[in-house]
Design a protein around this ligand. Sequence first.
Ligand code: KPL
Length: 311
Amino acid sequence: MRIAVWGGGSLGLLWTARLASLFPETVLLVRTQEQRDWIRRRGILLTHPSGEKERISAKVRWVGEVDEPFDCLFIMVKQRDLRDVAKRLAAFSRLPAWVVLWQNGLGQDEPFASVLPREALCGAVTTEGALREGPGEVRHTGEGMTWIGPFSAEPVRPGIGAEIVEKLKNAGVRIEWENQILRRIWEKVAVNCAINPLTALLRIPNGGLLHSDDARFLIKSVVEETVSVARAEGMELEAETLLRRTMEICRKTAANRSSMLQDVERGRPTEIDWINGEVVRRGKRAGIATPVNQVLLRLIHLLEMRRDPDG
Ligand code: KPL
């Protein structure tokens, strides 16, 4: 079984390290030749949540030199890079039988609609924490749960996807096959719509949102708007449950800096357009007002314009 992981960020490094020990043919595809050379020389250095360090050798290629077919592809780049990945994939001599999209937000499957059959596309949702500490160095900051499942509404024969999930599970990875992945994606979006922009704007860790009535009011409004848009698309979510879950995540990850806060701090563009931005866009399409999501979207856009890491 030939698996490729596209993307050498924190999650790409973590999952390559895991997959490489179970599927020795696993290949990591990275954006720069510098990262490729670093990993070729030193392998991936994984720091486990216990603090224990492990060096894992892994095959690695620069995306400009990928020329071989894979059975399965984990796409772990940011949403803004997906169109480029889809274009490159369309030029492959043989397409992978199974492709898993790991992005935050909504709409990650759209760039692949004309490239891959719907049955080949799966989504992944994970609550695991990882931090890239160097070109080949990753710290697994928090154990979590991962779900993988098909985007297609029609029942899909699990095939090699379920086989890989089973093998990971038997190796102790907390992962489940999920036939309702779109529901999981929407649920995560509701949480991210609230926590990510608020923590990025206020420059506080997730726990900083816990003890303020103002923060709770905004979180509740964002979650309710997101649930209304999801419902308009036929996804029956519960605002009360998701509000409780969002507050619970703030508690459980109190010391964590959200991915959006990290992007802002490093002067990188954020994923706001695929999180709150998608809710606003879909809300407009369905005639549903999303004023709080809109304000957060615009404030983050303004923050991005500054691109000043010391801000
Ligand atoms: O997914 C997250 C993120 O940071 O993107 C949360 C759930 C907010 C945890 O930090």
